[in-house]
Ligand binder design. Structure first.
Ligand code: COA
Length: 291
């Protein structure tokens, strides 16, 4: 059931949504569902050839309209150009999905200053660049708008070995809540999704090359004992982009099968204890109480 489309067919009809990093992986999965729900989608990334191929495949699959545009989110001029081209093609833009990201999995002491900055520039400043461009546009035109940020559960907890990403995503979390308060009066909603493990070929092969992916089996960390399905993330993203979520503003929705809480609860590791061991432990604690 969770891998089935959820919303009614016209849920995003007439809307134009810009999706950064929309040509591959989760960005593409969410964009494809937006198209099926009647939206026009502008997909951006640094690689125009990848985008153009993706756009034509997505149009064939959904019958929707996709505009592929090259854009590095680190460059505000390129983002302004994306907005201009999107308006020229579709007249209005209604939503922004800040999905583009970058990450190095590495001991922090092995990172150069430039490596740290690179991730902050893409994830935190890139999200800010796109958000500011769209926000300024909507405020000037007196139009409502919806911004949805993809963060991660380690934005709440922090995480070793991905420290620049954790810092940047924590910043995006703060931006989401801050702008929800500040821009609500303009009809601009800001929300975020914190996904747990949703495997994609690109990110997972790159981040966990070779045998690492097998050794580090994410589903064992998830109470529900499975990884996420792209459609269930797309369902949530489409709901948060749609007017059906019109009163949700400043919310961070976690979709991770309970993964981060599993890691947080002090006694959660006790799932390794067998029923026989529980019997023994119960006897021991009961007899200790009586003595
Ligand atoms: N581990 C540690 N440092 C690394 C690294 C790695 N795997 N790869 C690159 N760096 C360092 C570089 O050495 C450089 O630092 P230096 O100038 O001090 O030597 C710095 O990081 C920037 O590297 P560069 O290759 O110039 O960055 P870029 O801007 O061209 O690309 C990314 C950076 C993140 C965009 C690129 O690695 C990428 O496309 N990654 C895939 C996207 C991704 O990570 N997606 C996952 C989303 S969660």
């Amino acid at each position: 059931m969770y891998n089935q489309p959820m919303l009614r067919d016209d849920a995003l009809s007439g809307k134009t949504i810009i999706v950064t990093g929309g040509g591959t992986g989760l960005g593409r999965a969410m964009s494809t569902y937006f198209l099926k729900l009647g939206a026009n989608v502008v997909i951006t990334s640094r690689k125009l050839d990848v985008l153009e191929k993706a756009a034509s495949e997505m149009e064939t699959e959904t019958g929707g309209k996709v505009l592929p545009l090259q854009c590095d989110v680190r460059n505000p001029d390129e983002i302004d150009a994306v907005l201009k081209a999107s308006l020229a093609r579709f007249e209005t833009v209604n939503g922004l999905l800040n999905n583009a990201a970058g990450n190095f999995i590495s001991p922090t002491e092995r990172l150069s200053a430039n490596a740290f900055s690179t991730i902050i520039d893409i994830v935190l400043k890139g999200t800010a660049n796109c958000t500011m461009a769209l926000g300024k546009h909507w405020i000037k035109e007196k139009q409502p708008g919806t911004i949805l940020n993809i963060i991660t559960t380690y934005a709440f907890t922090g995480s070793g070995y991905v420290v620049p990403s954790a810092c940047a995503k924590g910043g995006v979390l703060a931006m989401t809540r801050s702008l929800a308060a500040e821009w609500g009066k303009y009809g601009i909603r800001n929300n975020a999704i914190a996904p747990g493990p949703f495997p994609t070929k690109g990110a997972w092969d790159r981040l966990l090359p070779g045998d690492m992916a097998k050794k580090f089996d994410f589903k064992n960390r998830v109470p529900l004992k499975r990884v996420g399905d792209h459609q269930e993330l797309a369902n949530l993203a489409a709901f948060l982009m749609s007017d059906f979520s019109g009163y949700i503003n400043g919310e961070i929705i976690t979709i991770d099968g309970g993964e981060w809480l599993q890691g947080a609860g002090q006694f959660n590791g006790l799932e390794m204890v067998t029923p026989e061991m529980w019997d023994m432990l119960e006897q021991m604690t009961r007899s200790a109480k009586g003595s």
